[in-house]
Structure formats: structure tokens, C-alpha cells
Design a protein around this ligand. Structure first.
Ligand code: GLV
Length: 321
């Protein structure tokens, strides 16, 4: 075959079929990400690469990859890829926007409900034999309906979280560079300053990309500006939150709880301070925002489409650069 591609993890067959129709696939069969030197060696002989958010793609890695025409990421976020370095080398970058929007918004809402109503804690304590009787006070949480939700970053996913919030009669505040007329008209969302959002929200849900501006956007100072009863939800990227300071804020009761799907280092080390926070104050998930069978298949198919377009020198259906 004329083209050869490196695919850094096993994918749904539908996606592999799209790729193998035009290219020979060099597939990494490991469950763990391929080591950096392996990626470098593989892409040195490849026209394209399909990667995941666990693969760091930067200039030095691509230095020996003279054939490489495209890096296709199976995710919407692409902070693991040095896009300017790709552009400089004439390497196209693609991602998978749109298809995971609703699935990720569902998970953000699952974390809102789970943290507010102590779902995971109550399940664990029932299994631990702590359900002795129906009790007026045990496992009481906070209402989601009618509460105020602050959305930081009102893009596609933030909009879908706001749409779900409307069904719960929530008041929606948001911080975003530009106003989102759709969310304002459709759900009465109100654009406010970060200070106002922090001061007024019962739930603060993060939906911005990880950039130099958003790295550690949330830390002690922001937690102190939140209500002591507030709950922080992060389904975006771990480094948007200073994780050590979040652990401290939860331990000290500066905020009430957190629902966290993404971490500064993934997988989160089991001795991380965040995992020492008592389970009544935090629900932790292993970065499963987009993890429905249907959505992961659609993401892989989209990434395969970007890959095969890129190796053939065609415009990517979902370009980043
Ligand atoms: C997942 O986190 C994604 O960016 O698609």
C-alpha cells in the first residue's frame, strides 16, 4: 500500500476499517500509551499518526518524521499536541469536536447530581453496613433543582450543560470571553464576571480548554471566593485546577465538595492528596467524560476520517491548524 500510518491504541473496528482501506496500519497493541521513543521511531516511517490525549506530540518528537503529514487526535481537546510545531513542519492536526459534546455534558451533570446528593458515598456506606434505619439526617445533601450553576467556558459542552440545567430549573451564570446569545436566549443564561460567578454559584462547572491562560485558573484564591456550600465540577482538563490547593480547600471546608473527572497527572497517583479527601466531599472518576460506546466509536471514526484525508493531502474534515 502507498500509505503507512501509526495508530497509538486499539480502536473500534469501524475506524480501523476506514483507515485500512487506504493505508497500512501499524497498530500499538499495548494498553498503556506507547513510550516516546517508540512513537518517534514509528512516525519516522509513517505518513500519518492517530493519537490519543495521553500521547505528547511535540517538535523534537517529529524531527525524524520527514514523511509525516497529519496528526489526528481522537479527542476534542488537544493540549497534548504542540500545534505550532506541527504547523511549522507542515503537519496537519485534526480533532474530534461535536460528537462528544452531549456525552460529556451528561457526565458533568452526573457529577453535579452525584456530589450534591452523596450518591457514591451512600452506595459505599450501604455496602459497608451503615444503613441501620431510615434517618431524617443521614445522607442529606443539597438540592440541584433551583440552584445556581456557574459555567466557566461556554462553548459546545458548556452550552449542553446549561441546557440540562434548564430542566432542573437552575439559574445559569457563565464566564466566557464572548457573550453566548444562544444560551442567553434559550436558557436565560447570564454573563457575569468571574468574581460574581464564584460568589453566587452553588455549582461551578469548568468547560474551558487548557491553555496558558487557563492553567491553574482555579486555586486557593478562587475557592475562598466561592460559597462554603459550593461544589466544583471539572470534566475539562486537570491542570485548570491547582489540585494540591483543591485538596486543601476540601479538607479545610473552604468549599463543600468536588466532582472530578480529570487530573493534573493521569492516571492520578493513589497517594495524591486529592484521594485523601474524605469520600463525602469528593467524587473522582478516571477521565470518562466521552466514554459511551456510541460516542467513542464516533470519535474514532472522525479521527480516522481526519487521518485518511491528511495522508492523501486533502483538507481535514475537522482541522485544528
Ligand atoms: C477528552 O477529554 C477530549 O478532549 O475529547
Amino acid at each position: 500500500m502507498q500509505y503507512r500510518v501509526f495508530v497509538s491504541r486499539r480502536l473500534p473496528q469501524e475506524a480501523l476499517d476506514i483507515i485500512s482501506a487506504v493505508a497500512e496500519i501499524d497498530l500499538w497493541e499495548g494498553d498503556a500509551p506507547p513510550p516516546r521513543d517508540v512513537i518517534a521511531e514509528k512516525i519516522a516511517a509513517a505518513d500519518g499518526m492517530l493519537c490519543l490525549l495521553t500521547d505528547r506530540i511535540d517538535g523534537p518528537l517529529m524531527d525524524g518524521a520527514s514523511r509525516l503529514k497529519v496528526v489526528s487526535q481522537m479527542a476534542v481537546g488537544y493540549d497534548n499536541i504542540d500545534v505550532p510545531a506541527c504547523t511549522q513542519r507542515g503537519v496537519k492536526v485534526g480533532n474530534t469536536p461535536g460528537v462528544l459534546t452531549e456525552t460529556t455534558a451528561d457526565l458533568a451533570f452526573a457529577l453535579i447530581l452525584a456530589t450534591a446528593r452523596r450518591v457514591v458515598q451512600a452506595d459505599n456506606e450501604l455496602r459497608g453496613g451503615e444503613w441501620k434505619t431510615w434517618s431524617p439526617l443521614q445522607w442529606t445533601g443539597t438540592d440541584v433543582h433551583g440552584a445556581t450553576l456557574g459555567i466557566v467556558g461556554l462553548g459546545r459542552i458548556g452550552y449542553e450543560v446549561a441546557r440540562r440545567a434548564r430542566g432542573f430549573d437552575m439559574k445559569v451564570l457563565y464566564c466566557n470571553r464572548s457573550a453566548h446569545e444562544g444560551a442567553e436566549n434559550d436558557f436565560g443564561a447570564v454573563k457575569v464576571s468571574m468574581e460574581e460567578l464564584l460568589a453566587q454559584s452553588d455549582f461551578v462547572s469548568l468547560h474551558c480548554p487548557l491553555t496558558t491562560e487557563t492553567r491553574h485558573l482555579f486555586g486557593t484564591e478562587q475557592f475562598k471566593q466561592m460559597k462554603p456550600s459550593a461544589i466544583l465540577i471539572n470534566t475539562a482538563r486537570g491542570p485548570i485546577v491547582n489540585q494540591i490547593e483543591l485538596a486543601q480547600a476540601l479538607q479545610d471546608g473552604v468549599i463543600a465538595a468536588a466532582g472530578i473527572d480529570v487530573f493534573e497527572a493521569e492516571p492520578v497517583p493513589l497517594n495524591d492528596p486529592l484521594l485523601q479527601v474524605p469520600a463525602d466531599r469528593i467524587v473522582v472518576l478516571p477521565h470518562i467524560g466521552s466514554a459511551s460506546v456510541k460516542t467513542r466509536t464516533r470519535m474514532a471514526v472522525l479521527a480516522a476520517g481526519n487521518l485518511v484525508a491528511g495522508i492523501q493531502g486533502l483538507p481535514l474534515p475537522h482541522p485544528v491548524n
